[in-house]
Design a protein around this ligand. Structure first.
Ligand SMILES: [Ca+2]
Length: 174
């Protein structure tokens, strides 16, 4: 009887611990580690004010540790391409580089919300990028397949007007 009680209380404790975790929402919704390629769209505010689209790559790593407020930490690299034919004028006239690669930091929340950003002040180029939206595990295998998010990019360069891009990114693993 004593042994049964001990087993029962052990099981109850385990159940409590599991439901406690679920209530706090500290389980990651999926593994966001991976390389996500796709396109960015947006309005290039500045000299042209034109709607543009080009390629984007996010190479993300999800940290094992988590915090209740921040969710699961992400680090990685965002590469934003401007070398699409529709952007040749922007590159020539506004001094846009062919692409920028930036280290990013961010976090993933239990509901799949994902956000990451980079701020890189520099003497020849200062860049800010923010990406905020949803991570999607479309085939429910526990690995993130797609990022659909709003994004903002600001580039400041000497002797050029500030360039701001506001729009959407859609990138996936396939
Ligand atoms: Ca998946």
């Amino acid at each position: 009887m004593k042994k049964l009680l001990r087993t029962l209380s052990g099981a109850a404790l385990t159940a409590l611990a599991i439901s406690g975790c679920a209530a706090l929402g500290i389980a990651p919704p999926f593994d966001a580690t991976g390389v996500y390629r796709g396109t960015w769209t947006g309005t290039v505010q500045g000299a042209t004010n034109a709607d543009r689209s080009c390629s984007v790559t996010f190479d993300l790593k999800q940290a094992d540790s988590s915090s209740f407020l921040q969710g699961f930490a992400l680090t990685g690299e965002a590469t934003i391409y401007f070398s699409c034919s529709s952007m040749l004028d922007d590159i020539a006239e506004n001094g846009l580089p062919a692409r920028v690669s930036l280290g990013v930091k961010g976090f993933l929340l239990p509901d799949g919300s994902i956000a990451f950003a980079s701020i890189e002040p520099g003497t020849t180029q200062s860049i800010l990028i923010t990406v905020s939206g949803a991570g999607l595990d479309n085939d429910s295998d526990g690995i993130m397949d797609q990022i659909k998010a709003d994004w903002t990019l600001i580039i400041d360069q000497p002797n050029h007007p500030r360039i701001t891009v506001v729009g959407k990114v859609d990138a996936g693993t396939s």
